[in-house]
Design a protein around this ligand. Structure first.
Ligand SMILES: Nc1ncnc2c1ncn2[C@@H]1O[C@H](COP(=O)(O)OP(=O)(O)OP(=O)(O)O)[C@@H](O)[C@H]1O
Length: 222
């Protein structure tokens, strides 16, 4: 469960970016986060990953109050929350396998577990036979799949994505968003920020709409 209770966020020297957000996204639920550029979508996702702190209010994720989460517990928390970015932030001089394995190595996962987990994650995104290729030899959609494999290799409870199809053509966008829906069907809580009106209409998923820092959500989410 993700729960925002009267959450407000402002950056130093700026007026409020998010205002009194109230939201309950149940465990295993999926929603799209929509709204115009600058509405605060990325900021809301950054609060969930503890890249930014809440200014006022309470944010609970899977029973954890993020305001009181100790710095030393942040890495363990982040393993419970996978994140996919628009520009996938891959290491271009490392192959597909290494890009995904690195996150397990950094987390101190025993080396004998790493190979099977990386292979399983890459299988899930349809890249099980591309392990030794460099990102530059993959299409944009395939690179995004590597980013998704990296986000799910810890089998997170929650998967967040910030404009994951921003650079992709419509067919590839469909594939990527269908992949997120598959993870949701397997029990992962999924929140995807997008301003792609076509996807919003096609997926028929609940839309949480941000406008000038205010959230407009269907009744069951508030
Ligand atoms: N680190 C920061 N410091 C100060 N202001 C910021 C910071 N990050 C974002 N902002 C401001 O907060 C507002 C919301 O930005 P945010 O990136 O959350 O919006 P968004 O809805 O994700 O936009 P886009 O769709 O263009 O990515 C913007 O006015 C932005 O300039």
């Amino acid at each position: 469960m993700i729960e925002f209770i009267n959450v407000t966020k402002h950056y130093p020297g700026r007026r409020h970016v998010l205002r009194e957000i109230n939201l309950r996204l149940p465990k295993g639920g999926m929603a799209l986060l929509t709204g115009p550029s600058g509405a605060g979508k990325s900021t809301l996702l950054k609060l969930l990953t503890r890249l930014e702190d809440v200014s006022h209010g309470t944010l609970m994720v899977g029973g954890v109050d993020l305001a009181t989460l100790k710095r030393r517990h942040i890495p363990a928390y982040r393993r419970r929350v996978g994140v996919v970015f628009q520009d996938h932030k891959l290491l271009m001089d490392r192959d597909v396998y290494s890009n995904v394995a690195l996150t397990l190595q950094v987390a101190g996962v025993p080396p004998r577990q790493i190979e099977s987990r990386v292979r399983a994650a890459l299988e899930k995104v349809g890249l099980g036979d591309r392990l030794r290729e460099l990102p530059a030899t993959l299409s944009g959609g395939e690179q995004q799949r590597v980013g998704i494999a990296r986000a799910i290799v810890h089998t997170p409870e929650i998967l967040l994505a910030d404009e994951p199809t921003g650079n992709l053509d419509p067919a590839l966008s469909d594939e990527i968003l269908d992949l997120f829906r598959d993870f949701h069907r397997h029990g992962t809580t999924v929140l995807v920020a997008t301003h792609d009106a076509r996807q919003i209409a096609r997926l028929g998923l609940p839309a949480l709409h941000l406008e000038q820092g205010r959230l407009h959500a269907p009744k069951e989410f508030s």
